[in-house]
Design a protein around this ligand. Structure first.
Ligand SMILES: C[S@@+](CC[C@H](N)C(=O)[O-])C[C@H]1O[C@@H](n2cnc3c(N)ncnc32)[C@H](O)[C@@H]1O
Length: 305
């Protein structure tokens, strides 16, 4: 529950120091973790959008430039748009060495400062999960406006229809169940969707859906602005690239286990740590260890007291 009146005040407060800003984007405790998770997300985005060195690319809700830091060197222009002044301040510092970039500070739910048909590709990661459905839809509509006809879009949102996604939703339900009903709901609280809802948003906003992946706690959407472009060929490319776009079964298993340890109390911190030991299982092990290892070690030490 919250007393914040709008998204901007919420996110500026979340990002009141550079360290807090990093924590707010992916729970990062340091730059190394940010680079690690940033590289994973950047790979998903780059494959989904078939990023090219000639592309002008927009990131909506760029935060501290976790993903932009990885992608900007690979494209012609990278534009980071965000509603939070404080997030953008950290992003500017983190990407200071990069010449081909720009930043746009947004007001609520509008890309108005950006020109029509001015980008080849656009993406948004872990942003639509924090806003009302009307705002989510309005942004998708505006993304269609700023993309060139045939331009590509990638985004994600929490997935109510997966078993693990439902458990993530249950965390929010329980919080609300016990909340003081006199307090307003948090403006930026976690929100959840389904593949069908995302498909409807894309269709109404002027996109052809190229791929909708929903076997993880995330719905991941890849779409093409209607107008020009071989949609069927793009859809085939996206389907063929799916293993490098989706949150893998291992990612989902580890996310589920972290929820068990840190939120649900159905797995011990020591067992959680054991899961993060076997790098042979996949690249996600090292990433989760970097992101959660210290937290689990602290929890294990506290239990041992
Ligand atoms: C969880 S962070 C994710 C940041 C980044 N996309 C990443 O994956 O590292 C959410 C970001 O969305 C931004 N944001 C939240 N609501 C927004 C809105 N209504 N318009 C634009 N940006 C918003 C926040 O300021 C924050 O930087």
């Amino acid at each position: 529950m919250s007393t914040f009146l709008n998204y901007k005040t919420f996110w500026d407060a979340k990002a009141s120091t550079p360290q807090d800003a990093m924590i707010a984007v992916d729970g990062s405790s340091n730059e190394d973790v940010l680079r690690h998770t940033g590289a994973y997300s950047a790979r998903q985005v780059a494959v989904a959008l078939d990023l090219q060195p000639t592309d002008r690319v927009l990131e909506l809700g760029c935060g501290v430039g976790r993903i932009g830091r990885e992608l900007a060197p690979r494209v012609a222009h990278w534009e980071g748009a965000d509603i939070s002044t404080n997030m953008l301040k950290v992003a500017r510092e983190r990407l200071a060495a990069q010449a081909n970039i720009g930043f746009t500070e947004l007001t609520r739910t509008s890309l108005r400062p950006l020109a029509d048909a001015s980008f080849d590709k656009a993406y948004s990661v872990a942003v639509f999960i924090h806003m009302d459905k009307e705002d989510f839809y309005l942004y998708v509509e505006d993304l269609a406006r700023v993309l060139k006809p045939g331009g590509l879009l990638y985004f994600d949102a929490w997935n109510l229809t997966s078993a693990v996604g439902w458990r993530r939703f249950a965390m929010e339900i329980n919080q609300h169940r016990n909340a003081d009903p006199a307090l307003r709901k948090d403006v930026a609280r976690n929100q959840f969707t389904s593949p069908e809802e995302v498909r409807a948003f894309l269709q109404h906003a002027g996109f052809e859906t190229l791929g909708l992946f929903a076997d993880s706690p995330w719905v991941q959407a890849v779409a093409q602005r209607r107008g020009t472009g071989d949609t069927a060929a793009q859809a085939r490319r996206v389907q063929a690239s799916a293993p490098r776009i989706v949150y893998t079964p291992l990612w989902t298993e580890l996310f589920s286990s972290m929820m068990q340890v840190l939120a649900e109390g159905t797995m011990s911190p020591a067992d959680g740590l054991k899961l993060l030991a076997d790098d042979a299982r996949g690249e996600e092990i090292a990433m989760f260890r970097a992101a959660y290892g210290a937290m689990l070690r602290t929890a294990a030490a506290n239990q041992a007291l």
